[in-house]
Design a protein around this ligand. Structure first.
Ligand code: CA
Length: 653
């Protein structure tokens, strides 16, 4: 059933049109969706910024990319964005992204002229522009904040003046072109560096210079500072404190928030709330995005794809992408003075579908890849080595054919919701750890991720046979990925065949003797759990001993696992140390208190670990198995010392 929901009226946009000389095309559009579930964001302010960074669009179009509307017609992408609820367009600006022969560095070749072109089109459809000055000739982010070529040899005073004049001149170009500028950033993800400067004392001069120029040319625009890594404890509080200390004139403290890297929404809310309440600043998310697929479409690998080590709170589906964006909007909208969310590069799609070579030609010629080979002269270590296409085509809100994805409607639909009946959208991955000596019991149900982000158990049929299971047992410690069918959706299960360790706290990583029983038989001077990575075999903790007096080291360290199933086991533990003289050291196993097996061990020198292993320990039903290490050292030189780590008790088939 078709549900007509959001109507963006020309009336709502009227004040913006008046501000930009009446040249804008009124955009009024009904937004509806039969498939996208969007929970309304309660109390979303009418002037809440729902932005899209569209920096690469011009380079994309020059490379032959065509964008379409939801009716399947080719249409100016800026109109399509406005029709779907986008209120602001963000564009990055680099001072001089060209080499000595005028060849573009790529990443959209975003100089101020490109920004003017984008700004005019955004303004035409009633959207405001957010100008993002990097104060660099190419990408500025927490990893690099390189000074523009022309400013390389300037002292801070001269550079400050240059930053002021550059900002002023750029903004005047935008003003002359009647671009409706709503906000201007002084720096991009300036985590403790900017424009080649690495001290806050100098950074603040550049920020102040930018801010001053903005106030003069666009007094009605907001001045924003922008940082990344909200998940880094205390970092934002520190930046805000510096800005306050140096009295930097700004309105908005903006953050990047990529959910797979940047911590939880609760943490984001907490750090932004802290800044808005402490300093009275507006706050927002200046960059966010999410993958709608794990697939790459332009032959240049993506920053996020299936199988990486990052947080995946939503499935990589169009609905998952929309849910991620909706929840970021919901979070920022409920932070005091939270004013908006900008999606990053939602239109940076593949420039072709033939091959890397074909695409590469276009990336080089038009700058539509993240970097061209020409960037090598400026950024030899990164762009110079890894230049190529889009690393975020799977996070775009347009498919590889230029047609908008249903998720683009989220910007409009958050205003009144589209809470249609939820259906299964994807299946949560299943992880299964199986003891090599145990049995593989595949789950009969898996969790379906519903379009409203809730979960429902659904039956699954795994695509696996007995021969395959036998191979898993025979293959030793290894991981296997199997797939299955759950109501027509693909289910995936990673089976990790492991040697299950029946010991608690086997490497002392709890930082104490949890699980262990230590019996001091001598008068060892130092006998405790120690945190020292370089002296550990696994993790950073181990058991440490040292004693100055001779014949004073003697102890046992043992563990009796609870509820150990009857069966056959093997036990091992490792030791290293020095200055021990004559020793009597062994790993042992006891059944019902009687030693049944011993494995002698030796201590030689630092870093030389010796492992004692006892095998074929059989514990029958009702018997108690204890495993441990006995250490006795005569000691010599500076006194006997040693480290014990990495105990393991495994089934033995
Ligand atoms: Ca790609």
């Amino acid at each position: 059933m078709k549900k007509l929901c959001c109507i963006l009226s020309a009336l709502l946009l009227a004040p913006m049109l008046a501000a930009c000389g009446g040249s804008a095309v009124p955009v009024s559009h009904e937004i509806s969706s039969d498939s996208l579930h969007v929970k309304a964001v309660e109390d979303l302010p009418e002037d809440f910024i729902l932005g899209m960074d569209a920096s690469s669009v011009i380079a994309e179009e020059r490379s032959g990319v065509k964008y379409y509307n939801f009716d399947g017609e080719e249409q100016d992408i800026f109109r399509t964005l406005a029709e779907n609820g986008v209120t602001h367009i963000r564009v990055r600006v680099w001072n001089d992204p060209y080499d000595g022969q005028g060849r573009g560095y790529g990443g959209g070749n975003n100089d101020i002229d490109t920004a003017v072109e984008i700004g005019k089109r955004a303004t035409k459809y009633g959207m405001k522009l957010i100008v993002d000055f990097h104060y660099s000739d190419f990408w500025a982010d927490p990893g690099k904040q390189m000074v523009p070529k022309a400013w390389k040899d300037m002292d801070i005073e001269t550079k400050t003046q240059a930053a002021y004049e550059y900002t002023r001149d750029c903004l005047q170009k935008l003003k002359k072109a009647k671009v409706d500028v709503g906000m201007v950033q002084v720096g991009n993800e300036t985590n403790g560096a900017m424009c080649g400067e690495k001290t806050w004392f100098n950074i603040q001069y550049i920020m102040q210079a930018g801010s001053q120029a903005i106030r003069e040319v666009y007094p009605e625009a907001l001045v924003a500072v922008h940082f990344a890594n909200p998940e880094k404890a205390g970092a934002y509080a520190e930046y805000a404190k510096k800005l306050d200390y140096y009295q930097v004139d700004y309105d908005v403290f903006a953050s990047s928030y990529y959910p797979f890297w940047h911590g939880t929404l609760e943490n984001l809310s907490s750090v932004l709330t802290d800044i808005s309440q402490r300093y009275g600043k507006k706050v927002m998310v200046m960059e966010t995005s999410y993958a709608y697929t794990g697939e790459d479409t332009d032959f240049n690998g993506n920053t996020i794809s299936d199988g990486g080590t990052y947080t995946k709170d939503y499935p990589f589906t169009v609905q998952g992408q929309a849910n991620s964006v909706r929840n970021v909007i919901d979070t920022v909208a409920h932070v005091p003075k939270g004013i908006g969310v900008v999606y990053w590069e939602g239109a940076w799609i593949t420039v072709g579908t033939a091959s890397w070579e074909e695409n590469h030609k276009l990336w080089e010629e038009f700058g539509s890849g993240w970097a061209s080979s020409y960037a090598a002269s400026y950024d030899p270590d990164d762009a110079g080595k890894y230049y190529g296409g889009s690393a975020v085509d799977n996070q775009a809100m347009f498919g590889p054919d230029g047609h908008p994805l249903e998720s683009l409607k989220v910007f409009g639909l958050v205003r009144c919701g589209n809470e249609i009946a939820p259906v299964a959208d994807a299946i949560d991955d299943t992880m299964l750890a199986v003891d090599l000596a145990g049995s593989i019991e595949l789950p009969e149900t898996v969790n379906a991720v519903m379009t409203d982000d809730s979960r429902q158990a659904v039956p699954v049929t795994w695509d696996v046979d007995d021969a395959m299971l036998q191979r898993m047992y025979a293959g030793g410690v290894a991981d296997y990925d199997i797939t299955g069918d759950a109501g027509g959706l693909e289910a995936r299960c990673r089976i990790s065949m492991i040697e299950f360790n029946f010991l608690t706290n086997p490497g002392f990583e709890t930082g104490d003797l949890t699980g262990w029983s230590l019996t001091e038989l001598g008068r060892t001077d130092e006998l405790y759990v120690e945190d020292k990575l370089t002296d550990s075999l696994d993790g950073s903790w181990h058991m440490h001993f040292w004693s100055a007096a001779s014949d004073s080291v003697e102890f046992t360290l043992e563990q009796t696992p609870e509820r150990l199933p009857a069966g056959s086991y093997k036990f091992a533990v490792s030791i290293m140390g020095g200055d021990c003289g004559k020793t009597d050291i062994y790993a042992y196993a006891k059944v019902d208190g009687e030693i049944v097996a011993k494995a002698p061990m030796t201590i030689t020198s630092y870093g030389s670990w010796d492992t004692g292993e006892v095998r074929n320990i059989t514990a029958a039903e009702g018997q108690e198995l204890t495993v441990g290490i006995y250490v006795k050292c005569q000691g010599e030189g500076n006194g006997a010392w040693g480290k014990i780590d990495s105990a393991r008790l495994n089934s033995q088939s």
